[in-house]
Design a protein around this ligand. Structure first.
Ligand code: ZN
Length: 260
């Protein structure tokens, strides 16, 4: 239980870290952000396909429909909540409405307040499942819990960054951007605690939640994060994506040695 709380809190903190990065006087360069997105996308995709999906298949016979449901849950949430978060001219860059979209938010692109609020709701919902995935993965196996935690933390930094940028882009104050990033972390931690409670109360439900989270991971990695970086030329993005996937192999080897 203490490990669960620790990982849940650290994951929530990475939302705040991302939000903070968007609010400092000199935010990271667009190239650094794209390389970070590429690495986190590669890592998340590899964890979902190599570790989470096989575990879901082992735990429940309903894994694949639930994975598909998780994928469409993000798809629908993004259409419902984030469809109009951007001025159209962002579209040619392949930028995604929720995560990693505001790489160039300083280019004076006003976002309507309603659209910003809708994007915030979509991200809050998504963040809840990030936290849920950590608890469900930990309930299944400790190594899986750690790998899922790493995958979540890596993409939560750009998530917090995106949300804070969206708030700033809609003329929201720095204070409200900070508090929304904090709420994103809070939603994640609530997801962790709620799933841990569900896993205790009703056996099998955590496997269902893990499967839904797996589908969400696939969408976030392969439909949100990686296409955002695909238009950027240069070896650094390609290398970062492959390094992200390769880091999963290294991390799972290291965890297998470190954990009993
Ligand atoms: Zn997330």
């Amino acid at each position: 239980m203490p490990l669960l709380v620790l990982l849940g809190l650290l994951a929530a903190g990475s939302n705040l870290l991302g939000g903070g990065l968007a609010l400092v006087r000199r935010p990271p360069s667009p190239r650094a952000l794209v390389v970070g997105l590429a690495f986190s996308g590669g890592f998340l995709l590899a964890v979902a396909l190599l570790h989470v999906l096989p575990e879901c298949l082992r735990l429940t016979p309903h894994a694949l429909p639930l994975v598909l449901a998780g994928y469409f849950l993000v798809y629908v949430a993004e259409h419902a909540f984030a469809g109009h978060a951007h001025p159209g001219r962002h579209a040619p860059h392949g930028a995604h409405p929720l995560i990693g979209a505001h790489l160039d938010e300083h280019a004076a692109s006003p976002i309507r307040q309603g659209a910003a609020s809708a994007a915030a709701v979509g991200l809050l919902l998504h963040s809840f499942f990030d936290g849920a995935a950590i608890a469900a993965a930990l309930a299944a196996r400790t190594t899986l819990g750690w790998l899922t935690f790493l995958a979540v933390v890596l993409h939560k930094v750009p998530e917090g960054y995106s949300l804070a940028s969206i708030v700033r882009g809609s003329a929201g104050s720095r204070r409200s951007a900070f508090w929304l990033a904090a709420a994103l972390g809070g939603s994640s931690f609530a997801g962790t605690l709620a799933t841990a409670a569900v896993a205790r109360a009703a056996a099998g439900w955590d496997a269902a939640l893990l499967s839904v989270a797996c589908g969400m991971f696939l969408h976030i990695a392969a439909t949100d994060l990686l296409p955002t970086t695909a238009h950027v030329r240069g070896l650094s993005v390609l290398t970062a994506t492959l390094a992200g996937a390769g880091a999963v192999l290294l991390a799972s080897l290291a965890l297998a040695r470190a954990l009993p």
